[in-house]
Design a protein around this ligand. Structure first.
Ligand SMILES: [Ca+2]
Ligand SMILES: [Ca+2]
Ligand SMILES: [Ca+2]
Ligand SMILES: [Ca+2]
Length: 276
């Protein structure tokens, strides 16, 4: 027992030494002041190092691309975006045309205060070209909702609810599906809860998330299922994603597992175990 304790102590001491021996180097020299929430990471030049797209607060939030070099310094890459005149507020990297090169989705909320998105495709030489289509609304996420291999965009619709812009070949994002869904918050989860190969939607609804089934034909159907605001994970290894969340039970918090029984039926762990 004493030996075990001693061995344990030595192990802990060793781990502590290991932890203390790790250091971090502040490499922010050369990077502009910007808001962390609007910074997007992506290895746009495919050299194995993540690069930064941020909005420089010193130049009226000019979109600025910084390439991480082998010596851990950042080099500013010239971009064709004019500072401020579009009011860019957010960005995301994604390969929208499937050519293997990361493209940029930028969203703006001015000058007319109307939110819209702009897509800049990356050319083979690393420059970017703005596409003529500008989906209205504030983009929340991109994903391939109809499994055609092309990334679509889900946005807050200017007319309320949500809208999905479909990435159709040759037509850009001209086709859209308005979803009669009003979400209580901007968070959004995309998960395949029925294992049919397409992404279903989990949107805030009060303290819970309401689940909308993707029918695979560009429609979302309200299942009426409410799941906790937690994480999705296959807890019991049956191949179906379960929901794990914390619930205030009045005198503390319980961890609850909502087991996925398939076909959008869930069994609350509290029914069997009284919580964890
Ligand atoms: Ca890179
Ligand atoms: Ca691309
Ligand atoms: Ca698609
Ligand atoms: Ca599904």
């Amino acid at each position: 027992m004493r030996q075990a304790f001693k061995a344990g102590f030595l192990l802990i001491s060793f781990l502590s030494l290991e932890l203390h021996s790790q250091t971090f180097v502040d490499n922010s020299v050369g990077l502009p002041r910007s808001y962390g929430w609007s910074t997007s990471l992506g290895d746009y030049d495919a050299d194995g190092r993540l690069d930064l797209l941020c909005f420089d607060s010193a130049t009226l939030f000019e979109p600025s691309l910084y390439r991480l070099q082998e010596d851990r310094t950042f080099a500013k890459v010239p971009l064709p975006f004019a500072p401020n005149n579009q009011g860019w507020v957010n960005s995301a990297w994604a390969d929208f045309n499937g050519d293997g090169r990361l493209d940029l989705l930028l969203s703006s909320s001015s000058p007319s205060n109307q939110a819209q998105a702009a897509i800049w495709l990356q050319n083979p030489d690393g420059t970017f070209s703005e596409q003529p289509y500008h989906p209205a609304g504030n983009p929340r996420a991109w994903a391939d909702f109809d499994n055609d291999g092309r990334l679509d965009i889900i946005s807050d619709s200017p007319s309320g609810g949500l809208v999905i812009y479909w990435n159709d070949p040759g037509a850009g994002f001209a086709s859209a599906t308005q979803l009669p869904i009003v979400s209580a918050g901007r968070s959004l989860d995309l998960v395949d809860l029925d294992n049919d190969g397409d992404l279903d939607l989990a949107l805030p609804s009060g303290a819970y998330r309401r689940i909308y089934r993707n029918d695979g034909y560009r429609h979302f159907v309200d299942t009426g299922v409410l799941l906790g605001s937690g994480v999705f994970a296959d807890m019991n290894g049956d191949g179906l994603l379960d929901c794990v969340y914390s619930k205030d039970i009045g005198y503390g918090w319980n961890t609850i597992v909502q087991f996925n029984q398939g076909n959008f039926r869930f069994t609350d762990s509290t029914a069997d175990t009284g919580g964890l």
